[in-house]
Design a protein around this ligand. Structure first.
Ligand SMILES: *Cc1c(COP(=O)(O)O)cnc(C)c1O
Length: 392
């Protein structure tokens, strides 16, 4: 089985570039140049220097002794929470901003739901001195005020999307409209392994630094460069793609992807795409998504803003249907419990998204010989209000 993208932008049956004719030129320009640029020595050098000195990589692979004792196996945490800006998202925005620069683009656009990707984009635009416009649903602007303030302080313009449900998918529509209107000077910076080809491949390559470091770190600590299991949460799927990337063809490694069940898959308040979704086209790519009988996208729900997405990237749709990865659902409540447990046992407050990955430990048959890596995608500062209101 092949898990990398083919020449037409497909992972198995999923992916491709289903874009309006007016975007064809933009997408083709990117597709024709991205590999030459990111595989050049000059790019690799600049990218790895920024990852090291700006982002703070390599992130530690931490042996969580107390958690290991509880689960009677060996559990490591890949500490993406220690990155600059608090999550894995900066690995991707640093890479894409260099790509945009090399393409001669002067103006950066992005969309954001919870604001995490917007902040990571505004950060690298400030660093490079590039104009930054972030589209965000009007509803999200209201409920994510701290991230809106961060983006503005970083110099980004936050433009409200006022159509439809005024959330992420409406912000995406606005960003695409902007890109159509400004094809020459504008770079569209996408935040997960979603969107038309080549975006899923671009983002997966930039996030693959996570499993690249894991290999070296595991080799040092265990004498073997792979674990028995890797666990990561999936919103669009970028931190999971990065944590799985160098193990996709190593069948000794079980890949565990964790989705947000929200209040429960049967309640209609959920973001569990593999359980509730079907094949369709979202954001320019053929994948699994949650939709009604008329093919209209259903508004997803999760307590965690980063997992509150109605689809998954095409790589993950392929990993699911081929059986290469196992998908597990975790409810809001289970994630909250896991967040409190990690905080009390290890002194680490995780992001709510990452807490979903931690909660999956309860649902796996772990043996004393198992070495498990949980990708701790981000830190919990942004979620303090939710934690305080959760009465645990
Ligand atoms: C955005 C985010 C996610 C979800 O995005 P993926 O593309 O699925 O990784 C997960 N964890 C954190 C901390 C995030 O900010």
């Amino acid at each position: 089985m092949n898990y990398t993208v083919n020449d037409f932008g497909f992972y198995g049956n999923f992916g491709g570039a289903y874009v309006p004719e007016m975007l064809f030129k933009n997408v083709t320009e990117l597709k024709d140049c991205y590999l030459d640029i990111i595989e050049s020595n000059e790019f690799k050098k600049e990218y790895s220097n920024l990852l090291k000195d700006y982002v703070g990589r390599p992130t530690p692979l931490y042996l969580a002794k107390n958690l290991s004792k509880k689960y009677k196996s060996t559990i490591y945490l890949k500490r993406e929470d220690l990155n600059h800006t608090g999550a894995h998202k900066i690995n991707n925005t640093v890479g894409q901003i260099l790509l945009a620069q090399k393409m001669g683009k002067k103006r950066i656009i992005a969309e954001t739901g919870a604001g995490q990707h917007g902040v990571a984009t505004a950060t690298v635009c400030a660093l490079m001195g590039l104009e930054c416009i972030v589209y965000m649903g009007e509803v999200d602007i209201k409920r994510q005020a701290p991230n809106v303030a961060r983006m503005k302080m970083l110099g980004a313009k936050v433009r409200p999307a006022i159509s439809g449900s005024k959330t992420l998918k409406d912000a995406t529509n606005e960003a695409i409209r902007d890109w159509i209107a400004n094809p020459e000077d504008t770079y569209y910076l996408i935040g997960s392994v979603v969107g038309p080809h080549p975006y899923p491949d671009i983002v997966a390559r930039f996030q693959s630094i996570i499993s690249k470091e894991m290999k070296t770190q595991l080799e040092e600590k265990t004498g073997k460069d792979y674990p028995d299991k890797v666990i990561a949460c999936v919103g669009g799927g970028s931190n999971a793609a990065g944590a799985f990337y160098h193990y996709l063809n190593n069948e000794n490694v079980a890949l565990i992807a964790v989705e947000a069940d929200g209040l429960g898959v049967a309640t209609g308040k959920s973001a569990a795409t593999t359980q509730l979704g079907s094949e369709g086209i979202i954001h320019g790519s053929k994948t699994l998504l949650i939709q009604n009988n008329e093919g209209q996208i259903t508004e997803p729900y999760s307590i965690s803003a980063g997992l509150d997405y109605p689809g998954i990237g095409p790589l993950h749709a392929h990993l699911f249907t081929s059986g290469r990865a196992t998908f597990i659902g975790v409810t809001d409540k289970e994630a909250l419990n896991a967040a409190y447990r990690l905080t009390k046992t290890e002194g680490i407050i995780p992001a709510l998204e990452s807490a979903h990955a931690l909660a999956a430990l309860d649902k796996l048959d772990l043996s004393p010989n198992d070495t498990v890596v949980v990708n701790l995608s981000g830190r919990g500062d942004k979620d303090m209000e939710t934690y305080m209101n959760s009465n645990l």
